[in-house]
Design a protein around this ligand. Sequence first.
Ligand code: GLC
Length: 553
Amino acid sequence: MKTSARLWWQDGAIYQIYPRSFQDSNGDGIGDLPGILSRIDYLATLGVEAVWISPFYPSPMADFGYDVADYCNVDPIFGTLPDFIRLIDALHTRGLRVILDFVPNHSSDQHPWFLESKISRDNPKQDWYLWRDPAPGAGVPESRPPNNWQSHFGGPAWTYNPERGQFYYHSFLRQQPDLNWRNPEVRKAIYAAMRFWLDRGVDGFRMDVLWLLIKDDQFRDNPLNPDWSGGGSSFGRVLPLYTADRPETHEVVAEMRAVMASYPNRDAVLIGEIYLPLRDLVAYYGFDPNTADLRGADMPFNFHLIQTPWNADRIAQLIREYEGQLPTGAWPNWVLGNHDQTRIATRLGEYQARVAAMLLLTLRGTPTLYYGDELGMTDGSIHPDQVRDPAELNQPGIGMGRDPERTPMLWDNSPVAGFTSGQPWLPVNEGAATRNVAAQSSPDAPRSILNLYRKLLALRRQHPALHAGAISYVQSNSGVLSYRRILGDQQFQIFLNLTDDIKRVTSEPGHILLTTILDGEGADVGGITILEAGEGLLIALKNPHIPDPPNKP
Ligand code: GLC
């Protein structure tokens, strides 16, 4: 049922922790849950509402935890279940919510379900994964995959299993077999695992690759991609018509939502990792036109800021289109970075990364921040012999590697940036001696990007118009993006200079609440205002004369 009351996940920001890289507590060079606990003061004072922790379940770590061997426990690398309980209790005590990363599409090939499924064609779990006979034809069976489906990490998505004389399907690595979501027992087992964590108090899930859960029941070949040039990953050779965004997926998402709804006072949030065009993405809210209810994910992750060129026209258009396509009652969200994407400061440089921070934290909808982006962390440089990511190891040299955006969090200017007392699993970024939490929190660095993030998060919390207001007057004018946030008689004007040139903008009377270079706060504005290259302004308007617009830009 829709509710008009506001929920915690609508008002606050989410902070993603990649646990391998946040804080190590035992000197093995890999971050862990007690490490996160030891940084609780940092998390509690940053100004975010929730932390989302990437997978820490028992795993052979073929894909660093996105290959789950037990959905209801903690891998010894990360600690123990009691460590998790201590962490969630402490985070709750400090007023932070906890969102788990959950991986329903595939398990590890070492999960007991798969170990059982693969031994024969007639065991109780024989249908828990996607098994198919070799395609007809000449040649040994292992050379005849059932169809042309490709792995996201390159190469065929089918691996032959001699014990069954069949192939199994894997959207990603061969160590990550896809579960058969058409099998009701699989659904039951995954929903039971969700309940396991809900019973331990978690406040929601970020569901991994939610749009991939169901595959075509006839296993039809995917159409060839007419735009494939032959370069890059073999994944691009075909269009994922039969392997992604199948209509039946929405039914599964509705069932997941029902699992969450069975914890009525929790308001647990269901977030979906979904890379799709806007129109298909917003369908994951599951709007039911007959009842006007939302039956899908609370927030299908919106990655379009990551994918849209950094250009005021394009971003203004994106905001308008996204807002315009949201179904009635659906709550928007925005993401700037994650453990699979080039960091924003690498993509744009520090000044535009500051502008991006103001954009993310003043748009309408829940923002998700990726650890380290609040320091302006850039991608690390990874020497070929330091590569750890299977996406890179599978297809060397074509830029699929995600190690650069997973380097250790930078805490202080000690040799390993305070991340570990041992050898870090990925190298610490160059420049860590000055770009770190301690340096950016010091009184000598009042204008650090970390302070910008803290101030933006605090202002967003403080002013209802910034977390709950409408967004309107979304415009772009010679490289400057502008919009207003409005609630009742409170109005804020945001100007963001997405260019490297000085710009002049015209503002109604008001005063500056914040600038991205942390200079000039409190000053009155009105009429012509100068924006430095790569500068953003957040202005509180005095007596705005324009009446409240509807809740759409
Ligand atoms: C998601 C995760 C990514 C992982 C993949 C396979 O896209 O974000 O890190 O490799 O799923 O589980």
